[in-house]
Ligand binder design. Structure first.
Ligand code: NAD
Length: 356
């Protein structure tokens, strides 16, 4: 196969780790006989410095003309005081909007060799292999009206939780499609005992479930889901939920494994290019030091192989290489343990290539 990939390094460690992902993709291309072509583009603080905007037009065009987009991270103290239209995050939010990526996938898998990096007991997390599917473009963060005003001499504020049936249907269907090729269980998380949007969400989930007879659907209230993620996280396969619940639960879930430098994510649209990025930020405290853990970025590129290119064996090969490197005792500083060998960003990438 021949694929075009937009490469958006962004800021801070984004620039360092994205090269690791490209080296791994090139090795995958050679091993499995694919050709990957790359188009680099600016985003975030770097784009503000060079083009005067966090999301240049050219970047949007390059991304839209690609088969998938790989992004490092954006942001840093240099731009913290900028007015809001010149903030690096504005570039990322703008890109998500331009690409219409409505579903955010965050896998949380326990790597056995990192199990003791978690604050939870090993026996609670060792079987964890779950996927949070978060609705990304609707709900409270986008609903109108939203704002502050004076009412009867008192200051008030309002946000609106609004969803159409179609928005609910497409994200819930995505969760079922994912569960079909995983452990065939969907947990739909809502607050149907209180919220009207959740009552509709529950109805829609039941309707979509009819199309997927081999996938089991369970409903769970969000407060219970927050508890169950800590009490017994291995009960979950695919969790699907609306934007704000997903924002909070996905961060909670990501901490089960205790290592930010290992967490990948994908954001998918209906039929355009997907956006793949690590969960962590630009880590300004270690940027430029060749210390960053490239594995979240490399695992994000494995998600791209799987979800955008349907290259399942290729994605599995990358994931297996990462597991083997950890098993052999190689670590970057953020996940270092006793009796392990600490490597630089480049050395860690090299190890993944060797095991691949
Ligand atoms: P961060 O994720 O950048 O860093 C938090 C801590 O984790 C730091 O100590 C950092 O050194 C460490 N860390 C993160 N990734 C690592 C890796 N791959 N290897 C080793 N250590 C790693 O979060 P922050 O410090 O809160 O934010 C820094 C900047 O990143 C801010 O400007 C923030 O807005 C931005 N940010 C961007 C994204 C994104 O691009 N998606 C996400 C979160 C934060």
């Amino acid at each position: 196969m021949h694929k075009r990939i937009a490469i958006l390094p962004g800021d801070g460690i984004g620039k360092e780790i994205i090269n690791g992902a490209i080296r791994v993709l090139n090795a995958v291309g050679e091993k499995f006989d694919h050709q990957f072509d790359y188009d680099r583009a600016l985003i975030g603080g770097d784009a503000v410095d060079q083009e005067g905007t966090p999301l240049p037009e050219e970047t949007v065009t390059i991304c839209k003309n690609s088969d998938a987009v790989l992004l490092g991270a954006v942001g840093g103290p240099k731009w913290d005081q900028n007015p809001s239209h010149l903030r690096p995050e504005k570039g990322l939010l703008g890109l998500r909007k331009e690409l219409g990526v409505f579903s955010n996938l965050r896998p949380v898998t326990c790597f056995p060799d990192l199990a003791d990096a978690s604050t939870l007991k090993t026996e609670v997390i060792e079987q964890v292999d779950l996927m949070i599917v978060r609705e990304l473009t609707g709900g409270l963060y986008f609903g109108e009206p939203s704002g502050r005003q004076m009412e009867g001499g008192q200051e008030t504020a309002v946000d609106t939780l609004y969803y159409t049936r179609a928005e609910m249907e497409r994200i819930i269907r995505k969760a079922f499609e994912l569960a079909e090729v995983r452990k065939k269980k969907v947990t739909s998380v809502d607050k149907a005992n209180v919220l009207e949007t959740s009552k509709l969400w529950r109805e829609v989930a039941d309707e979509v479930a009819e199309e997927f007879q081999d996938v089991k659907l369970e409903h769970m209230l969000v407060d219970n889901a927050a508890m169950q993620l800590i009490r017994n996280p291995s009960q979950f396969d695919v969790i699907v939920t609306e934007n704000m619940f997903g924002d909070i639960l996905s961060d909670e879930a990501s901490m089960l494994t205790g290592s930010l430098g290992m967490l990948a994510s994908a954001s998918l649209s209906a039929d355009g290019p997907g956006l793949y990025e690590p969960v962590h930020g630009s880590a300004p405290d270690i940027a430029g030091e060749n210390k960053a853990n490239p594995l979240a970025m490399i695992l994000s590129s494995a998600m791209m192989l799987k979800y955008s290119f349907s290259m399942i064996n290729e994605a599995n090969a990358v994931e297996k290489a990462v597991q083997e490197v950890l098993k052999a005792g190689y670590r970057t500083g953020d996940i270092a343990q006793d009796h392990t060998t600490v490597l630089s960003t480049d050395e860690m990438t090299q190890k993944v290539l060797e095991y691949l």
